[in-house]
Design a protein around this ligand. Structure first.
Ligand code: CA
Length: 223
């Protein structure tokens, strides 16, 4: 999942970004409303975390503009305590949910998971053949056997599972699993996919992870 954090308070932004990256989400940060609109135009996010108090533009305006452009990405707004009006206006402007500042990280993560699921339209547990991924417990099993994945491997597998059995283009994997610091010339996707393949398929009769040459990757039961 790739998240855009729109927050001008640097401390809050970096604290939130760090905590999301630890959960294997790819994160970009915008410090102004203008930058948020630019980034949301340039990349495809799975979720936008939007602070309503921005230095240049009202967060409500940003929210409204994103919706007017036809963007359907879930938006979680951050609002000040006690301002019921602001929350109502935010929801009316097209936000999906809100979180009152200051908030606990655990609550932020739970809200993001819930909205992310809505966006990706799938449940807590994703399954394909004998493979199971639990988004809440962050566990992966194949044929009942627990696999130990790194955060990035988990994020890659989650993205492939959501789309299975479709072939997922490499460019979309980069877009949703890495942040804007990704060097498009690098072979990181291939490196991580090879590691993931080792863990999923090594020594097994049925291989699940397939490379579609020149296109991307897919989960499938055929060879
Ligand atoms: Ca702010």
């Amino acid at each position: 999942m790739r998240v855009l954090v729109v927050e001008d308070e640097r401390k809050v932004a970096s604290f939130v970004a760090r905590s999301l990256r630890e959960k294997a989400w790819a994160v970009d940060v915008a410090g102004t409303g203008r930058q948020a609109l630019e980034l949301a135009q340039a990349a495809e996010y799975d979720l936008i975390l939007l602070d309503l108090r921005l230095p240049d533009r009202d967060g409500l305006e940003v929210c409204r503009e994103l919706r007017e452009r036809g963007l359907e990405t879930p938006i979680l707004m951050l609002t000040a305590r006690g301002l019921v009006d602001e929350r109502v206006q935010g929801l009316d402007a097209g936000a999906d949910d809100y979180l009152v500042k200051p908030f606990a990280l655990a609550e932020l993560h739970a809200r993001i998971r819930a909205l992310g699921r809505r966006g990706l339209n799938r449940g807590v547990v994703l399954r394909f053949a004998d493979l199971t991924l639990d988004r809440r417990r962050r566990t992966v099993e194949r044929a009942g056997e627990r696999l130990t994945l790194t955060q990035k491997e988990f994020a890659l597998l989650e993205f492939l599972l959501v789309r299975a059995p479709e072939t997922v283009p490499r460019s979309e994997i980069v877009e949703h699993v890495w942040d804007s610091s990704f060097d498009s010339e690098s072979n990181l996707v291939e490196v991580y996919m090879n590691r993931l393949r080792q863990k999923l398929d090594h020594g097994r009769a049925v291989k699940l992870l397939h490379t579609v040459r020149g296109v991307g990757y897919r989960l499938g039961l055929d060879s």
